[in-house]
Ligand binder design. Sequence first.
Ligand SMILES: Nc1ncnc2c1ncn2[C@@H]1O[C@H](COP(=O)(O)OP(=O)(O)OP(=O)(O)O)[C@@H](O)[C@H]1O
Length: 309
Amino acid sequence: MILTQNLTKRYGRMIAVDELNLSVQRQTVFGLVGENGAGKTSALSMLATLSTPTSGRAYINGHEISRYPREVRQSIGYMPDSFGVYDGLTVTEYLRFFADCYDVNKRVVQRRTMDLLERVQLTDKRDTYVNALSRGMQQRLEIARCLMHDPDVLILDEPASGLDPKSRLDMRGVLQGLRDMGKTILISTHILHDLAEVADEIGILRKGEMVAVAAIQVMLEHSNAYRTLRLRGDVADESLERLLAQDKQVLQVDKKENGWEVLYAGTARQQAMLLTSIVQAGIHLTEFAERPTDIEQLFLRLSAVQEGM
Ligand SMILES: Nc1ncnc2c1ncn2[C@@H]1O[C@H](COP(=O)(O)OP(=O)(O)OP(=O)(O)O)[C@@H](O)[C@H]1O
């Protein structure tokens, strides 16, 4: 449904997207996660036919984006990361305007407008001017706007950015609804947790390169199975590191300024035994604490472990 082959975007000498290979199956949700500047917008705007790839190819619904941009635009609903709304229009007028742009059959416009407003929880705002909506409502209206011509594919660039926690939750509900409608969705975010209940698969983009891809289910299982132990003590004393190296459940040890961070795969009982052996070895710690593993960090660590780094 969405396929890219070595898709690359350069701005002068800067490589914003570096030979991206992506495959998003029909009716699945793929989350593209990356920090600011990772290349998410550059990748998505090429797929939306708004910018030209420097090299490589991409296909949406079987249409190559550079050769068949018109067909691609009919197949997608694209929500950019920043957008302006038309201040002088009401919510309903705004959606009808876009229906006209896409030449949507007049007979279905009214029904679809009502259905979409309900889907994005804006039915009671249908006669409100769009500039009077909150940011969260405007972002949900944008989603409805993307759906007006009933595309199979949605490309959403940071749809939850700048929203307060309540609006983020509302947005999450809307995205889950789109997934249940059977849309194929490519969604970018810099907050992986936003995708945990929405995406089927996650890819992490860093400096234009896809550094890891995995099914969200696998990641969540890992995040339950692993935890991070925070140990504080004298980092000059190497006996703790020797002891940790003997424990098979210790996957990784990161030395910090005043202690260590340990990625640990053992059970609670094994963890208690580790603490006992530290005490018995006469090693003095000021802290031995467990904290939930950040799934993004875990994901990157596991992919590094798999690559033997
Ligand atoms: N038109 C442009 N001209 C030159 N450099 C650009 C242009 N657009 C983006 N860049 C650069 O390309 C890199 C990737 O930017 P991009 O906006 O694609 O990343 P992003 O992951 O979407 O980040 P953000 O979340 O901040 O939008 C950045 O270093 C950015 O400064």
